[in-house]
Every structure is written in structure tokens, then in C-alpha cells.
Ligand binder design. Structure first.
Ligand code: SF4
Length: 316
């Protein structure tokens, strides 16, 4: 029997990526020592999309009915009114989830209520220590710990269903990991994300102050395994921050599942990869998608760039 070849036109089949992360602003009320994109001080800050440009982009991706659109920053709540509008538009258009990553400092009952009302039901907050001393040191902001804990309580009170916490291990907070876990258990958190420090942006400038040793990483991985074996919430998700780059250039190379948009409209292959492939000020996102963004990872350039980054995962 003659063999039949079947080629798929991914741009025809897929309307858009599974997930889209959007830095709605790169302005930030913090200057965290480990911030991978140097928020508040990078070149994007003074060239951000206007409210009108953001709304037009959101209307366009609303039509794609994506699985998840995540608002990040910077501190997204600096543009909270715009986020309410965007989330509402996305949910009304059929987006499955709209999520948000915040440092929690600006959270109030009213903001939490407005977020919930606009359709945001997944929020991630960072807790980087078991006490103000360590958390505030990394976050470079007095009062950051107390406000982050308060934000979690506020979000729970208004009924946000999915509140995840992220923890960034550093040389001075890593020993507190078990205490952080216990604290989050008391707060009713179900998922804790931990990943090795990204050696980019401000983290690079502060390596000598914050970089854990290999021994500290190994100890942390052992603690994570022990905690997960006990099955006590929150379940800890430990992963290499760049493992998506391996997936994208190998098993998921046929079609792009995740796209990141910077606050100035740049489309990047990954938030951790300095490879800009377009800008939504120049052409519509859907035009980029059809013109080849959908199969971006089949190209040599992102593949080659993607191999430059490897991070310690604690298993060696
Ligand atoms: S890590 Fe988050 S909160 Fe800290 S400076 Fe960067 S964007 Fe702001």
C-alpha cells in the first residue's frame, strides 16, 4: 500500500497559543535583588503600550479563546483599572482562565473584590522567607512580607479559588524553607512553586549576596522530596526555570504553546530568552501567528539560543 504523507498547517488548526503571558507594565514599587527583568529600571519602562493599545490587543486575543492569559510585570496592580477591563473582556470573549502575578503590596479588599468580579481567579504571590527580615531583604522593601501575607488573607476572604505562592531560594533564605512551608500550610495554600534563581537582570548584579551554594540547593531538593512524600499542603513544585526551552525546541517544536509579550509590545520566544520576534505595535498578534509565530520553535535561531541556558536542578 502506498504510504500517504500528511502535513498539518498549524496556523490553520490553531488560532493562538495555549498560554499567553503579558507584562502589562514593567513599572514596579519594588526593586527586588533577584528580579530577572530588572523591573522598574529596564528600557521598556518608558515605552509601554498605552491603555488603548492594550485594550485593542486584548480584544484581538480574546477572539483566540486562549486557555490562560496571565498578567505579570513589573507590578501589574499599578495598572489595576486596566486589568479589570482586560480580564472582563477576555472572560466574556471565552478565555478559560485569566491569572495574575503580584508582589501583593498594593492589595486591598476592594482591589481583590474587583479582580474577582472581573473574572481573575488565579493569583500568584511570592513569599521569599519565613519572616520579614529575609523576605524584605530579597524584596528590597520594608513591610513587603507583612503586606504579602495580608494579601493572601484578603484574596482568600474574597473567594479567589487558586492562590499559588512562589519561593525563590537564595543563600540567606533557603534554610527557612520548612518554616515557609508550614506558614503556607497554616494559610491554606495548596501549591508552592520553587525554582532555582534565574541568573538574569538584577540577580546578576547581586550574585555574591544571593546565590545559593550547590550544597544548599541539594539540601533544598531533599527537603522538597521529604515534604512532598508527607503529602502535606502546599504541594511543592520544583523545576528548572528553563525546562520549557528544552520542551519547546524538542517535543513541542511543532507548534508554539506559550508566548510572552513585554510591556512595550515586543513578542518574545520566552521571558528568559533575549529573542524578540515581533512587536504588536507593528503588526497584529494574529498576523504574526499566521505568518510563522505558530511554528517559531522549528527555526534554528530560537533553538540555538535556547540551548545557551541551563540551570542547576539539584539532582546532580
Ligand atoms: S521581582 Fe517582581 S516585585 Fe520584584 S522588582 Fe521584579 S517585578 Fe517587581
Amino acid at each position: 500500500m502506498e504510504e500517504q504523507s500528511m502535513s498539518i498547517n498549524y496556523a490553520e488548526v490553531l488560532k493562538g497559543p495555549h498560554q499567553l503571558a503579558f507584562d502589562i507594565t514593567n513599572k514596579c514599587n519594588f526593586r527586588c535583588l533577584h528580579c530577572y527583568n530588572s523591573s522598574g529600571e529596564n528600557i521598556v519602562v518608558n515605552n509601554e503600550l498605552t491603555d488603548e493599545e492594550v485594550i485593542n490587543f486584548i480584544k484581538e486575543i480574546g477572539e483566540m479563546k486562549l486557555f490562560n492569559v496571565c498578567f505579570r510585570g513589573g507590578e501589574p496592580l499599578i495598572r489595576k483599572e486596566l486589568i479589570y477591563k482586560c480580564a472582563k473582556l477576555l472572560i466574556e470573549a471565552g478565555t478559560t482562565y485569566v491569572s495574575l502575578v503580584t508582589n501583593g503590596y498594593l492589595m486591598t479588599e476592594d482591589i481583590a473584590y474587583q479582580l474577582k468580579k472581573s473574572g481573575i481567579d488565579r493569583i500568584q504571590i511570592s513569599i521569599d522567607g519565613a519572616c520579614p527580615t529575609t523576605h524584605d531583604k530579597l524584596r528590597n522593601k520594608k513591610g513587603a512580607f507583612d503586606k504579602a501575607i495580608k494579601a493572601i488573607k484578603i484574596l482568600k476572604n474574597v473567594g479567589i479559588s487558586n492562590i499559588d505562592v512562589s519561593f525563590c531560594p537564595t543563600s540567606f533564605n533557603i534554610a527557612e524553607f520548612d518554616e515557609v512551608h508550614s506558614l503556607l500550610n497554616e494559610l491554606g495554600i495548596k501549591e508552592l512553586r520553587v525554582q532555582p534563581l534565574m541568573l538574569l537582570g538584577r540577580a546578576n548584579q547581586h550574585l555574591n549576596k544571593i546565590m545559593p551554594t550547590q550544597f544548599q540547593y541539594r539540601q533544598l531538593v531533599k527537603r522538597i522530596h521529604a515534604i512532598n512524600l508527607r503529602g502535606k499542603n502546599p504541594i511543592v513544585e520544583w523545576g528548572d526555570p528553563v525546562d520549557h526551552l528544552i520542551r519547546f525546541r524538542t517535543i513541542a517544536a511543532n507548534c508554539v504553546s506559550y508566548v510572552s509579550i513585554r510591556a512595550n509590545g515586543d513578542i518574545v520566544a520566552s521571558p528568559y530568552l533575549p529573542l524578540v520576534v515581533g512587536n504588536i505595535r507593528k503588526y497584529k498578534f494574529s498576523e504574526y501567528w499566521k505568518a510563522g509565530l505558530v511554528t517559531l520553535w522549528q527555526n534554528e535561531l530560537p533553538k540555538k539560543n535556547g540551548t545557551k541556558y541551563t540551570f542547576y536542578n539539584g539532582y546532580e
